[in-house]
Write a protein that binds this ligand. Structure first.
Ligand SMILES: *Cc1c(COP(=O)(O)O)cnc(C)c1O
Length: 222
């Protein structure tokens, strides 16, 4: 199936209120342009250099999301235009995003990445680390960031029950924070979870943003 058909089919299958982030990492600008022509405006990339190169040659109304591990020294390259960073995994990174956003007079939307998978290699805060971070932050400390929600990845497994449990855990933390630290904060509303192989489970567990690459663009070549 073509990129256009994949986008059309996916969009039709997602419930209202769930944003499709088209994960275009490792795919050439032409592939993104095809998705754009099919109406897609939200794209996710995981490497700063690749993202800035694509941003330069693709249409200006694309909403770019950063979803991969982000080194502090790369934040300045994406700060002028990035719409949302899903992968905040340290206070240091949060402070750097705030600092670079200030230089461009912007407020950058971020999600806190939570480690719910069994795999050690995955990034993110544990639920307790996340609570601790948020209780230590007052809104005035980082005026150029806006915490819009949480992001997480489930274990890479065929065990749907395990995937569902992990997404469920993430949703529970999200609800807890929404009713405590973020009570009355209209911006805290995104739960970024679900990839090509597990997004239907993520949607059942309350995802508001799915990050889908392979099911749109095909397999990546590394
Ligand atoms: C690559 C990637 C995705 C997309 O994965 P697919 O299996 O190709 O859909 C989603 N989220 C993150 C963080 C990724 O790095």
């Amino acid at each position: 199936m073509s990129i256009t058909e994949n986008i059309t089919r996916l969009k039709a299958s997602l419930p209202a209120g769930v944003t499709l982030v088209a994960v275009s990492k490792f795919h050439p600008a032409e592939a993104l342009q095809e998705a754009y022509n099919a109406g897609q405006r939200v794209f996710g990339e995981s490497r700063a250099q690749e993202l800035t190169a694509k941003q330069k040659v693709l249409p200006g109304d694309i909403e770019w999301h950063f979803i991969g591990p982000l080194q502090s020294n790369k934040v300045k390259d994406i700060a002028p235009f990035i719409h949302m960073i899903h992968s905040i995994d340290s206070l240091k990174l949060l402070q750097e995003v705030d600092k670079q956003a200030a230089k461009h007079n912007r407020i950058i939307r971020v999600l806190l990445e939570i480690h719910v998978a069994q795999e050690e290699a995955k990034h993110g805060f544990s639920p307790d680390e996340c609570r601790e971070l948020l209780h230590g932050l007052s809104p005035e400390t980082l005026p150029h960031i806006r915490i819009c929600g949480l992001m997480g990845m489930a274990t890479n497994t065929d065990d749907t029950v395990q995937i569902q449990n992990e997404f469920h855990k993430l949703h529970e933390l999200f609800s807890e924070l929404k009713n405590s630290v973020f009570k009355g904060d209209e911006y805290f509303r995104e739960l970024s979870m679900g990839m090509s192989h597990d997004y239907p489970v993520a949607i059942r567990e309350g995802s508001t943003m799915v990050r889908i690459g392979t099911s749109i663009f095909g397999e990546r070549e590394y």
